[in-house]
Design a protein around this ligand. Structure first.
Ligand code: G3P
Ligand code: CA
Length: 287
């Protein structure tokens, strides 16, 4: 097994998570981004999932084709005014796969390589990443899978939590050991449902991560969640040394997103975070 590229400069067990693979360097949430992140030594692949009309688990941040980088099968870039009409939940995966989500790059990430690629299935990402792990003799890494869910979108661009979770757990159960998986969501109803099913022995007992971008205190958010998650994952600017310490006292790990600037990375590491979710895993190596 090779050691990760980061082990010498970071606390033992520190979790470097490649956000959407490594969005700063490769088209987000695609196979090339995940394999590149593994080349860079990440300990976790962070990714987002949505559901197609034929109930496939598709790796995508939006439940539609983002105009910032998507090209339709006719070769025309998706128009911003039209992007939300191209709803993945209303399309079969065979049609989703025809869109090119890499050739045009993404203007917000100028270092991103332009490369023709498509939105993969979760099952394919796991298959390819596991084959890569074996071929390169890499250490076991984790998958931090975000169930992209919000109550206002139930039955519009996504199923309700019970169906969404069932589809995701079916893929995971077939392909991965539970200890290699984190399920994260901003929608606490999905985390509550997963926990209930896991406690009943119906779902794998994965680590659950509460995603947070609101201004409420961690205590308020945890009270709303109703149980202690393995991980609390806030927007990084919501953290302080004290908040991290208080979460640690409760046995909860703290892994903020999306930390791209080296100064912020260093500050958060000094404050004691357990990991970072970043678009640029290459920058962690040179801290
Ligand atoms: O995993 C945390 C982070 O990915 C949440 O934000 O919008 O990039 O999915 P977003
Ligand atoms: Ca995410």
């Amino acid at each position: 097994m090779i050691a990760t590229a980061f082990t010498s400069s970071l606390p033992t067990g520190f979790d470097v998570q490649g956000h959407r693979g490594c969005r700063g360097l490769m088209p987000e949430n695609t196979i090339p981004a995940f394999l590149k992140a593994l080349d860079l030594g990440v300990t976790t692949l962070e990714l987002d999932v949505v559901i197609s009309k034929d109930r496939q688990v598709v790796v995508s941040h939006e439940p539609y084709f983002n105009a910032a980088y998507s090209i339709a099968p006719d070769g025309k870039p998706v128009d911003k005014k039209d992007q939300k009409n191209r709803v993945l939940y209303l399309m079969n995966y065979a049609d989703i796969k025809q869109y090119d989500v890499g050739s045009n790059g993404n203007a917000a990430y100028p270092e991103q390589e332009k490369r023709k690629t498509y939105k993969p299935l979760l099952s394919e990402v796991i298959e390819q990443a596991e084959a890569y792990r074996k071929s390169k003799n890499l250490s076991d890494f984790s998958y931090n899978i975000e169930i992209k869910s919000e109550p206002s979108e139930y039955n519009k661009s996504q199923p309700e939590p019970a169906e969404f979770c069932a589809l995701v757990q079916a893929v995971i159960s077939q392909q991965l050991k539970a200890e290699r998986v984190v399920i994260q969501s901003f929608d606490f109803a999905t985390l509550q449902y997963w926990k209930q099913q896991a406690d009943a022995g119906q779902y794998p007992t994965v680590r659950l991560a509460a995603l947070v971008e609101n201004l409420r205190s961690p205590d308020k958010n945890l009270a709303e969640l109703g149980f202690k998650p393995a991980i609390y994952s806030p927007y990084y600017k919501l953290l302080s040394r004290d908040r991290i310490a208080r979460l640690h006292e409760q046995g909860i790990k703290v892994i903020p997103w999306t930390v791209n600037e080296p100064d912020a990375m260093k500050r958060l590491i000094d404050w004691g975070v357990d990991g970072l979710i970043t678009d640029y895993p290459n920058r962690v190596g040179s801290l």
